[in-house]
Design a protein around this ligand. Sequence first.
Ligand code: SF4
Length: 225
Amino acid sequence: MDEQLATELALLKELGFTHLDVHSRGAESVSDEDQRALLEQMAGVARACEKCRLAKTRTNVVYGVGNPNADLMFIGEAPGRDEDLKGEPFVGRAGQLLTDIIKAMKLTRDDVYIANVIKCRPPENRNPEADELDECRPFIRRQIEIIKPKVIVTLGKFALQSLMQRGYAITGARGQWLEYNGVKVMPTYHPAYLLRNPAAKKDVWADMKKVMAELSSASAETSAP
Ligand code: SF4
């Protein structure tokens, strides 16, 4: 069996899952409350997780926040200092910029779901190691399975590479639609990069316009008789 799959199955077994849910979006009737409960159950497993060395240095596990039934999911890299202290993703300066981007899309943080591919802060905000990304990946995969978004926006190189398990360069992949298990994925820059390079904000806004168009066409399809 593939090592990644074995890790993921072991995690799901810890959660008490006895079968894999492979239904497509819309084929099941899971309520918001059920989705919230499933996410909370997974968050509990994450809070107790010691699968990688980051467990030793974290203050809080930063699992994810937002609408359990969101059409749009933002996925970043890893918690920073502010996030580690508060236990919530994207609450520092980069988080404020993400909030501004969400507002510009005429949405709120409560409409979307926000998470990272790594749930515990790497010391001194260093880049995540490959084995840490591998150990933590089952959490984000399960979050996506539960939420079933219509669109995922990955923020920065590590979120893109870890989710897709391919060595994409962010500059080449940015703004191009990809697909993850049937869900459209729009790679864009991380807000922390925009703080250092404000000129790139226009590229991110161009990407978000594509996301808004896709969400609006997906919701028109859903509401068609
Ligand atoms: S980063 Fe992920 S895999 Fe590592 S200890 Fe935290 S929750 Fe577990």
